[in-house]
Ligand binder design. Structure first.
Ligand code: HSE
Length: 401
């Protein structure tokens, strides 16, 4: 029985998770693959820091050339961050006919297309399940769906840290800063948490999905990327009283001007499945032409959920599913939504008389149904507004309709 030899690039939360999981699931992998999986090398930045991780028969090095020149290396697992050196490392690996598996969404959003083309030329595989939604098998599911279905729209919670912060602010009344620190301690947050809070991380994941589903990147001109910093404890409390919850959502669909990607905080009604998705959970709703809407939910960040996605990819390398994506032609703008929540920010809420008001929370917030949101925003620049997703039938005593 031959071995499957693996090198891990980067030994932070993700790299360590992969290393531990390959050991803890060794016999299971052996049964599934018919061969044993061995970590033969680990690339670190600082040898001293990882001295206690040194093992017999495992090359621990800061020099990538030593790894790439190993004989019989089958798979490189990329668990480093940022576009470089990740992209160059993976290109070199593919050139040499080595399979790669990556968790690096920023790098893959920018260079995924070239890497996949190179892999195809060299007859090897690039696994990227771990780049989107942590342990939730969204990439394999989409590949599977695309064999028959055409995907019309995706709505998703793709950043565990933001969802963790928004739900903790509501449930525990904890401050933004304290919750962010907990997310960092749990290994959910990026090295620079600005990427989580400002929506860059979710956007990179949206780009990866866009390329997989539609075969192209989102149109830069129409891309919206907003973070969660503007959401105050006061907004969270008002929303709760209105029966709504904040979620940081990625929306992806193909319009007249290419793929539209919106990353922004929205309010979710009780009737919507994302209402219950709390903590570090991610959720993905995939609207298709044949099966209808498929939803996936699970842990979107953390050591072992991410390792699980990487191990799944390692298994797929030995038995790949071929996919010829059926890209969707334009079928109308799937983005139009007509429900919005306006927060007054202590100013008088005076909206045009012809607007349908669904609920009002004293002078603090109002839920409206309108097709004229752009006009309202222009005429009332001091209001803060969020889109509302899902049916809305909420009433409480405090709400005057
Ligand atoms: N920082 C990311 C998140 C990690 O919170 O979702 C997983 O990609």
């Amino acid at each position: 029985m031959s071995d499957l030899n693996i090198a891990i690039l980067g030994f932070g939360t993700v790299g360590k998770g992969v290393h531990h999981s390959l050991k803890s699931h060794q016999s299971r992998l052996e049964k599934v693959l018919g061969k044993s999986v061995r970590v033969v090398a680990i690339l670190v930045k600082n040898l001293e820091k990882h001295e206690q991780s040194r093992e017999d028969g495992v090359l621990l090095t800061t020099n990538y050339e030593e790894i790439i020149n190993l004989h019989d290396l089958d798979v490189i697992v990329d668990a480093i961050i940022g576009c470089e050196p990740g992209n160059s490392y993976l290109q070199k690996a593919l050139e040499k006919g080595i399979h790669v598996v990556t968790a690096n969404k920023e790098m893959f959003a920018h260079h995924g297309e070239e890497l996949l083309a190179l892999a195809q030329k060299k007859g090897v595989t690039v696994g990227f399940e771990a780049t989107v939604a942590g342990g939730v098998p969204v990439i394999q599911t989409i590949k599977q769906l695309l064999q028959v279905n055409r995907i019309q729209k995706v709505e998703a919670i793709l950043n565990g840290t933001s969802n963790f912060i928004l739900s903790s602010m509501r449930k525990d009344g904890h401050s933004f800063e304290a919750t962010l620190q907990a997310a960092q301690e749990n290994g959910y947050a990026e090295a620079d948490p600005t990427n989580d809070i400002e929506g860059y991380d979710a956007f990179y994941k949206g780009v990866v999905l866009s390329q997989l589903i539609f075969g192209e990147k989102p149109n830069e001109q129409s891309t919206i990327r907003k973070g969660i910093r503007e959401i105050t404890a006061d907004y969270v409390e008002c929303a709760d009283e209105l029966g709504l919850r904040f979620r940081h959502i990625v929306t992806l669909f193909k319009g007249n001007d290419g793929v539209q990607c919106r990353v922004e905080p929205v309010l979710i009604s009780m009737e919507h499945p994302f209402y219950q998705v709390d903590g570090v959970q991610n959720a993905v709703s995939i609207k298709t032409d044949l099966v209808g809407t498929v939803q996936l939910q699970g842990p979107g960040a953390g050591m072992y959920p991410t390792a699980s996605a990487i191990l799944e990819d390692i298994i797929q390398i030995s038995r790949p599913v071929s996919t010829e994506p059926a890209y969707l032609e334009y079928q109308g703008d799937a983005s139009s939504s007509s429900k919005w929540v306006f927060f007054s920010n202590n100013r008088k809420l005076e909206l045009p008389y012809d607007i349908k008001v669904l609920a009002r929370l004293s002078d603090k917030a109002v839920v409206v149904e309108t097709e004229e949101v752009e006009r309202i925003i222009l005429e009332h620049p001091l209001l803060t507004f969020f889109e509302l997703i899902g049916d809305y039938r909420h009433t409480t005593e405090k709400v005057i309709v």
